[in-house]
Design a binder for this molecule. Structure first.
Ligand SMILES: [Zn+2]
Length: 67
């Protein structure tokens, strides 16, 4: 699995909103206060992940229109 925060492929970690986060990044999240730069970065990554999902749906709608 590839960590969405640090980008490294690591086996151990957690899944948040169907996104993988490695143990080291998860540990930093847990030890972070809500208003830290790292937390804001984490939320930003999750938002980008949702946008990617919407783009995928848009593509399948276009395919249906072509048919
Ligand atoms: Zn990581």
């Amino acid at each position: 699995m590839k960590c969405i925060v640090c980008g490294k492929s690591i086996q151990e970690g957690i899944i948040v909103n169907s996104r993988f986060i490695c143990l080291k990044c998860e540990e930093r999240m847990v030890n972070s206060n809500i208003d830290t730069d790292f937390y804001n970065y984490f939320i930003d990554v999750l938002k980008k992940s949702r946008i990617n999902k919407l783009d995928t749906k848009g593509e399948s709608i276009n395919c249906q229109n072509r048919l």
